[in-house]
Design a protein around this ligand. Structure first.
Ligand code: HEM
Length: 180
């Protein structure tokens, strides 16, 4: 029977759907950021990919909060890491979580304190301000840079899973998230 919650041998259905679903959505988000960075302003592909950046970024912010709460609820029973490599893996995961909150968080904060406000799926989340709040804009100066750092850390995470665990150690770490 499909296990919904996590256990020490593998992640449950909710954790796995959140993990792989968010992996796909993050890939799309990095694609939009890469197009924004690499293609000229008037390029049609850049416009198309960029058109979903704010909505998808806000969705990812909400999903990471849900995932964080679910992770805390399952903290005691989910697969754990041991040894120095395990400690490094836990530190890497903590960094990914922190960046997944901070990267969209600083931009959402900037929108809340801007003259444009923020709408999400047709709903007005923050109405436009009469004037910009400088302190709410300041952290967003680093949004792009922190976004690229997140992309690098995610790349490291993928390489660790595929190269270290699957090819070198040949352990079952990847299987705990694959559901086998
Ligand atoms: C996890 C979610 C997000 C990731 C990974 C992400 C990533 C990025 C990256 C890497 C860039 C730099 C693109 C470049 O170098 O040209 C960027 C730019 C930008 N993002 Fe995001 N973003 C996310 C969420 C959001 C959200 C929620 C908003 C708005 C509410 C937003 C608005 C912007 C804007 C306006 C820019 C262009 C100006 C700048 O670089 O700050 N992003 N994003």
């Amino acid at each position: 029977m499909t296990q919904v919650i996590d256990n020490p041998h593998r992640y449950g259905l909710v954790s796995r759907v959140l993990h792989w679903g968010m992996a796909i959505l993050f890939a799309a988000q990095f694609l939009s950021a890469a197009a924004h960075w690499a293609l000229p302003r008037e390029n049609a592909l850049r416009e198309t990919l960029w058109s979903y950046h704010i909505t998808l970024g806000t969705t990812l912010f909400l999903l990471v909060l849900i995932r964080g709460v679910w992770g805390l609820v399952n903290l005691k029973r989910r697969p754990s890491h041991s040894g120095p490599m395990g400690t490094a893996a836990s530190a890497g995961q903590a960094l990914i979580y922190a960046l997944m909150i901070i990267v969209p968080g600083v931009r959402i904060l900037a929108s809340a304190g801007s003259t444009r406000g923020l709408s999400y799926l047709g709903l007005e989340i923050f109405s436009p301000q009469a004037a910009e709040f400088a302190w709410m804009q300041a952290p967003a100066e680093w949004h792009g840079e922190m976004g690229w750092i997140l992309a690098l850390v995610v790349l490291g995470h993928i390489l660790m899973a595929l190269v270290w665990h699957r090819m070198i150690k040949r352990d079952d770490v990847l299987a705990t998230m694959a559901g086998r």
